[in-house]
Design a protein around this ligand. Structure first.
Ligand SMILES: [Zn+2]
Length: 281
């Protein structure tokens, strides 16, 4: 009798354990899904997600971007885009792009350019591979009302949005880079009036369709899996400025995986594209 009860007890405990494990798995899945597309190094990711904008706050959008599909079965066309927000250059990724001759679009800030002359040199020495575009001056979200996104304060006014965009472009030109045509703001979120303003300044706004590395905060294996799963017409966002994060290892591996699958890599300047929220139309 005692034995039976023990078994029942054990069975019950196993069930509790299983249910808890499932709960933990689903919660961590939800957390991964909520990870930012943008490198949040300027402020640690808050313990709980930033509250969704309420009626009082601005309505923020996080636009998607797709490129024209190849339309040929078994011949996917993918645009790899990398943000260089601040910090250093990730040579694990950069060296694979160069040695495998994989074209990519790199979004740089004035702040990152100032501290990475060697990586900039590699970009400039390989104009057939690298398209350089504008990620802003100081990595401040291009939202024209004061709001905090992943703990980063927004520009907060149209003047400050203009400064962030123009300051990024000015630094690029001063560094010997061609004038940019695309802008992607810090956090990849905008309000609609800022989108109109940035478009009026002559830019297309670069959303994405695959969040490759969750703001460089995901593990190597998850990052590799996400990017390697890119399909025809996808625009992948990940980071090239966090050499100490595990995500970069996954990015480098995924580039090789995609190449092995015969994927055609293109830069934004080389293809037609479609962005929602009036970002490219
Ligand atoms: Zn960034």
């Amino acid at each position: 009798m005692q034995r039976v009860n023990d078994k029942r007890l054990l069975f019950g405990m196993n069930r509790i354990f299983l249910v808890s494990a499932l709960l933990i798995a689903s919660v961590s899945g939800a957390i991964a899904a909520a990870l930012p597309p943008q490198d949040a190094a300027v402020a640690a990711v808050p313990a709980k997600p930033a509250p969704a904008p309420k009626a009082a706050g601005p309505k923020l959008v996080e636009p998607h971007l797709h490129i024209a599909r190849s339309g040929v079965k078994g011949h996917a066309r993918v645009a790899l885009t990398f943000d260089a927000c601040m910090g250093k250059a990730d040579d694990r990724i950069l060296s694979v792009l160069v040695s495998e001759r994989v074209p990519a679009t790199i979004f740089v800030t004035a702040r990152w350019l100032k501290h990475n002359p060697q990586a900039l040199q590699v970009f400039l020495e390989n104009p057939d591979l690298f398209e350089l575009e504008n990620h802003g001056q100081n990595h401040i979200p291009a939202v024209d009302i004061p709001v905090s996104i992943y703990g980063i304060p927004s520009a907060g006014s149209p003047e400050a949005v203009r400064q962030e965009v123009q300051g990024g472009a000015d630094a690029m030109i001063a560094a010997g880079i061609a004038a940019p045509h695309w802008f992607r703001g810090s956090t990849a979120k905008y309000d609609r009036s800022a989108i109109v303003q940035i478009r009026d300044m002559g830019y297309r706004i670069a959303g994405y369709s695959v969040n490759g590395d969750g703001g460089s905060l995901l593990g190597a294996a998850v990052t590799e899996k996400r990017i390697a799963a890119a399909r025809d017409g996808d625009v992948v966002i990940s980071h090239i400025n966090q050499p100490t994060h595990a995500a970069g290892e996954g990015v480098a591996k995924a580039i090789l995986d995609l190449k092995a699958k015969g994927v055609e890599f293109v830069r934004l300047q080389d293809v037609e594209d479609t962005g929602d929220d009036q970002t490219t139309q």
